[in-house]
Design a protein around this ligand. Structure first.
Ligand SMILES: C[S@@+](CC[C@H](N)C(=O)[O-])C[C@H]1O[C@@H](n2cnc3c(N)ncnc32)[C@H](O)[C@@H]1O
Length: 258
């Protein structure tokens, strides 16, 4: 594929496009690696985030019902292996979906799993979204940091940004096992978004999650950034467990452009 500036992009057999240019993480080493992507894929496939997916999908559906566009567009920024698009899709009528992630491994998995008309997958950097200004009806960012300026640029003036971020108790029991001292995670009140967006609504999604089996416990660890900082001996002990009951605690917030 070639763009109007004569840049060339790969259109992959799996049905996604790689829109990274040299110097933008094109090496494919940016973002989540293959092991992290596969760990997350297995974890979400066991249904551990289904309830959260339902809440996010419900908010997007509500926004899209109000859209006057013939074909509203939902953009999932840092979409990973595509869980949230897959779970939203049946709840949101009329819309087209676009998932972008800087990890080629993640987008390859997403595209392989969901190759349907009306769903587009692209390898791209959230800090330079390959999206025309003011074209998106709803942006979703889950477990990742939104770039306020890019989100503001691509969102329609009446569009909505929906963010799902870890709240203080998220995965507390996992953290208690692998760190000598555990503090509540800091609540992200969207400070960075505040200058460009106005907060509409916040809700907390909190539930117990039964992670069954040693494989699932290691998947949970491997899909988080904690594993890099965790105490080695504690990790070894964790990986001997045949299950773990932990808390999913997520703040879901809605924002509109100022
Ligand atoms: C914790 S995962 C969350 C994935 C997905 N949103 C979910 O909730 O299942 C964070 C994702 O952000 C992606 N990511 C990190 N930096 C990025 C960037 N600058 N641009 C696009 N994606 C990025 C990673 O590759 C990874 O897939």
């Amino acid at each position: 594929m070639t763009c109007s500036a004569s840049h060339r992009y790969d259109l992959a057999r799996e049905g996604y496009v790689n829109l990274l240019l040299p110097g933008m993480g094109r090496s494919g080493r940016s973002g989540d690696n293959r092991d992290m992507v596969q760990a997350r894929r297995r974890f979400v496939d066991r249904g551990h985030f289904s309830r959260l997916g339902g809440v996010v999908g419900g908010l997007v559906a509500r926004r899209i019902r109000r859209s006057r566009a013939a074909v509203p567009i939902v953009l999932d920024v840092c979409c990973g292996e595509g869980f949230f698009i897959r779970s939203m899709r049946p709840m949101v009528e009329r819309a087209w979906f676009c998932g972008v992630d800087i990890s080629k491994d993640a987008i390859r998995v997403a595209a392989k799993r969901t190759r349907e008309p009306g769903i587009f997958w692209a390898v791209a950097n959230a800090g330079r979204l390959p999206v025309a200004s003011r074209t998106i009806d709803a942006i979703v960012v889950t477990f990742a940091t939104p770039d306020p300026r890019e989100c503001r640029r691509v969102l329609k003036p009446d569009g909505e940004l929906i963010v799902a971020a870890p709240a203080p108790g998220h995965l507390r029991e996992l953290r208690e096992r692998i760190f000598p001292e555990v503090f509540d995670l800091e609540e992200d009140e969207g400070g960075a978004l505040g200058g460009l967006f106005r907060s509409l609504h916040a809700e907390r999604v909190t539930y117990a999650c039964e992670v069954a089996g040693t494989r699932s416990v290691s998947d949970l660890l491997n899909m988080t950034p904690y594993r890099w900082r965790a105490d080695r001996e504690r990790v070894r002990q964790l990986l001997l467990l045949d299950g773990l009951r932990t808390t999913v605690d997520v703040a879901v917030t809605r924002w509109v452009p100022r």
